[in-house]
Design a protein around this ligand. Sequence first.
Ligand SMILES: NC(=O)c1ccc[n+]([C@@H]2O[C@H](COP(=O)([O-])OP(=O)(O)OC[C@H]3O[C@@H](n4cnc5c(N)ncnc54)[C@H](O)[C@@H]3O)[C@@H](O)[C@H]2O)c1
Length: 251
Amino acid sequence: MRWLGFEESRALVIGAGGLGTACARALAEAGAKLMIVDADSARLKELSDDPVLAAADVRTLTVDLTSSGACEWAVTASARELGGLDVLVHAVGTNDRRPVVDTPDEVWDRIMTLNLSSAFWTGRAAGRLMREFGHGRMVFFSSVSSRLAHRHHAPYAASKGGLDQLIKVMAREWAADGVTVNAVAPGYTETELTRAYLDKPGMREEMTSLVPAGRLGTPEDVVGAVLFLASARASFVTGQVLYVDGGRTLV
Ligand SMILES: NC(=O)c1ccc[n+]([C@@H]2O[C@H](COP(=O)([O-])OP(=O)(O)OC[C@H]3O[C@@H](n4cnc5c(N)ncnc54)[C@H](O)[C@@H]3O)[C@@H](O)[C@H]2O)c1
């Protein structure tokens, strides 16, 4: 792990769900000092039972990231607590699968706020700090839904398509300041976000049949891509969306 250069790194992981926790564990194993932010304080408490995280330098903060002020505060308070900010991983998101004609405004607003606006608000706050420090790495979670027209995914797909463009503009604006901004785009991965859907009769098999690799993703599958993009080794990679999907977007 030394090759990736995370010793002394100060990392903020936003989201303690399936993918956020896997990234936090990997960053902790690589030697980073961590802050993990989530709205669910019970979930954050559970992290202290994780042997990897319990053995590392990890703090947690409970914040509902659905407003600009809360996102701004979460980033600045984390940077203050960590003594700086080298890495931001944004791994919160939600979905609600319905046909377009049955999607009320409240659902559209809720998904766009958490998936896209919180990325903008936290990215903007981290960008201000990282530009000042003269370096930084941001990794956001996009999805194969940003590229594929999945039925019943209108707000989710729009939020991820928007995210792909958002990271490109941030990447361009901050490239000369040593700040890189990238995204990983997983295919269907088993977490709380997808469990109920995949548990529907026949759904796991149907989704698996669409993946050339012949299986769904696991949270551990995304970790290598996130660690690379967050590392010192990725200093000349910016504005990219890296698909971690077993070939799902090839077919
Ligand atoms: N799991 C997949 O198949 C998959 C595929 C592609 C992309 N993604 C993306 O990866 C990211 C992480 O997904 P995941 O599978 O880990 O989801 P998850 O449901 O396991 O975790 C999401 C986390 O977000 C937190 N959260 C929800 N609302 C919040 C709020 N208002 N403020 C703060 N935290 C809040 C939840 O408490 C939870 O810990 C999301 O952006 C998701 O869209 C997931």
